[in-house]
Unconditional design. Sequence first.
Length: 70
Amino acid sequence: MFVLFHEQGQPYEEIAQVMDRPVGTIKTWLHRARLEILERLRRRGMVPPEDGTGDGEADHAETEARGSKR
C-alpha cells in the first residue's frame, strides 16, 4: 500500500478499492507507516531526533494534499 501511494502514485480511492477497505483506513495505515519509517530512520541516526521546533505537520499536510488531488 505504501508503494502504491508513494512510488506508483495511486490515489487513496484506487488503493482502497484494490484492498477492499475504506479510504479512511488507507489514510490511517499510510500515516502509521510514515511514522514507523521515520522512527526507524531516527533510530539509525539517518534523521535528526525531534527537537520540538516543529510539529512535522507541514510535510504531512503536503503529502495528504497531494494524495487527495489525484
